[in-house]
Design a protein around this ligand. Structure first.
Ligand code: ZN
Length: 147
């Protein structure tokens, strides 16, 4: 894997100014939104879910399924998403944390109890996501690069 991809790199203060308090708590401090509270938990529109921090495309709505756990769940990530998986031993559990490849935002966790074809469940916080409907004008344009 190439290490010289352009990453979104911001200071803690910059993230704090840019994100909502809830987004900051989840995305930068590995928090978790309350189950069944998120905007995308029961959202089934066609489109693509992007990272709310940097706009990096993460999941297609076709891979979304109703896991009944209270958070948006996906069985697959987009090939280009290249989501980072990192062991997380917080709260006395061993889980795999998911992080945005581009801006290191905490997205959620992945569990091996999902449906076919992967058998995986990407359990993602709604506040870490930004949904872009498939039929939105300019929906396919590249995200604006930030310095
Ligand atoms: Zn990101």
């Amino acid at each position: 894997m190439a290490k010289d991809i352009t990453k979104t790199s911001k200071s803690d203060a910059e993230w704090k100014a840019e994100l909502t308090p809830e987004q900051y708590r989840v995305m930068r401090q590995a928090g978790t939104e309350a189950p069944f509270s998120g905007a995308y938990d029961q959202s089934w529109e066609a489109g693509v879910y992007h990272c709310a921090g940097c706009g990096h495309a993460l999941f297609d709505s076709e891979s979304k399924f109703n896991a009944g756990c209270g958070w948006p769940s996906f069985h697959s990530e987009l090939d280009e998403a290249n989501i980072v998986q990192r062991p997380d031993f917080a709260h006395g559990m061993t889980r795999i944390e998911l992080l945005c490849r581009n801006c290191d935002a905490h997205l959620g966790h992945i569990f091996p109890d999902g449906p076919p074809p992967t058998g995986m469940r990407y359990c993602i916080n709604s506040v870490s996501l930004e949904f872009r409907p498939a039929d939105a004008p300019g929906g396919d344009e590249a995200p604006t690069e930030s310095e």
